[in-house]
Ligand binder design. Sequence first.
Ligand code: ADP
Ligand code: MG
Length: 365
Amino acid sequence: MSTPKLALVDLTKRYQPGLAPAVDHLNMEVEEGHLVALLGPSGCGKTTTLRMVAGLMDPTAGRIVVDGEDITSIPVHRRGMGMVFQSYALFPHMNVAANVAFGLRMRRLPKSERLERVRRALDMVQLGYLAERETKALSGGQQQRIALARALVVEPTLLLLDEPLSNLDAKLRESMRGEIRAIQQRTGATTLFVTHDQDEALDMADRIAVMNGGLIEQFGEPSEVYERPRTRFVAEFIGRANLLDATVVADRGPSGADERRYDVQVPGFGAVGAVGAPGLTGATRTMLVRPHRVQVHCDPGASGSPGTVESVSYTGDSVGYRVRVGDRAQLAEAPTDGRIAAPGDVVRLDWDPASAYLLPEEEER
Ligand SMILES: Nc1ncnc2c1ncn2[C@@H]1O[C@H](COP(=O)(O)OP(=O)(O)O)[C@@H](O)[C@H]1O
Ligand SMILES: [Mg+2]
């Protein structure tokens, strides 16, 4: 990668001496034009990280580097960041255009240029027709788009979004995902997007930084963190997961570029196939199988490991099962066009060996 747009180097925030740091030697590089999601459970340090990048809070240690330049001690008003927070925070006594123009006021731009930039920013969020409207007459989604226009109008070095959709209702939240992503791609604004919602991160981001306890557990493309999680935490936080104890018995040859196919032994399932990094023969590892990759066979003559259905949840799009195999419950998600099993039924479970992934050994932290 050439010079990253943003680099965080050992970034650390300790709110109080003696307490564990909220952000702990965090390292990350963001490529120009990318949207990076900071994803993790409540309290893992997402907002603290974003506020340090914005300049709203001083780090205890570490550096923030933009375009190769250390900006750690540059004050917030000289960083040129565009920010949108969870609460819309528009100025209620100003109309829409005045709200969007706010960030341009201090810049002593000629009035004609100011008007032109406001017009463009409002067009960007497709709300030009609301320019003269009062902000309190707008819906939540409109207010959040105005907040986005206000952040974009300054042509920010970085766009920083902290859970911008979490105050919207479910339907609107989903359609706004697509809109924010489209706006971000049109402007090419390098963006940090804080969320605790894994669907939002998978849907919108070029890269996801999965955070846990002030650290990044994994940084990668959405498909990478979903299909090849580095830790149990990542496997369970991104989507749903069956995590099984596997003993690797034999190496069956290459699978793709850097992986091998293995025979493994799994309690309740016996001898099954899986893929993983080279050199795992003889090792014990956690094996991940995503529920939608598990096939549920109702026919007693079918292949697979027998288990007893504990519960069934039908959503229309799919049917979710909890199936007891041996002494553990496994999750499966099946299409609704086949026969649907009932609690108490004995079914057989299996999966394509390529869908079972042996996690790396976890390092102590
Ligand atoms: N102003 C503060 N003073 C002391 N502790 C704080 C402060 N702000 C956040 N924290 C603590 O720092 C940790 C990270 O918080 P935060 O960055 O807000 O997490 P997130 O945005 O991921 O939910 C939490 O344990 C939180 O309680
Ligand atoms: Mg937060």
